[in-house]
Design a binder for this molecule. Sequence first.
Ligand code: RTP
Ligand code: MG
Length: 143
Amino acid sequence: MSEAAAQRTLVLVKPDGVGRGLTGEVLRRIEAKGYRLVALDMREATTELLEQHYAEHLGKPFYGPLVEFMMSGPVVALVVEGHEVIAGFRSLAGTTDPTSAAPGTIRGDLGRAWGTAVVQNLVHGSDSPESAAREIGLWFPAL
Ligand code: RTP
Ligand code: MG
C-alpha cells in the first residue's frame, strides 16, 4: 500500500470511554488491526467545537443530550490512517446503539450494560471522506 493511497479518519474516545478507562482498549483494537495513529490528544471539547462537529444533527432529539454528554469529561481525539480506515473503524466500532451492536465490536463488547443513553456509545468515527476531512480540520487544524 502506498502512503498516497492511505485514508484518514477522525476517531473520538467519548467521555464514557475515557471515564471507564477504556482508552487503551480502543487504541489496542485500532493498532491490532494494523492502522497507524497519526495524532492523539486528550482534551475538554468546547460547545463551539461540538456545534460544528455535530452540525448535521442540529434539531434532532438527541442533539442537546449529545453535546452535553460530550462535555461531561475529557475526550481523546485521534487521527487514524490506513487502507479504507473510515469504513474499517466504523466496522470495529459497531452500530450506534451498543445494545444491538455485534459482539466483537467496541460498542458490542464494551457498551451499555446498564441502560445508559444511546449517546453513551464510547467512540465516534467519521462516516465518509468528506466528514473525515471536515472533522480532522476541526479537531486538528494543524494537520
Ligand atoms: P458517531 O457519529 O459517534 O461515530 O456515531 P454514529 O455515526 O453511529 O451515529 P450518528 O447517527 O452520527 O449519531 C451521532 C451520535 O449521537 C448519539 N445518538 N444518540 N437515538 C439516540 O439517542 C441517539 N442517536 C444517536 C450517539 O452518541 C451517536 O454516536
Ligand atoms: Mg456519525
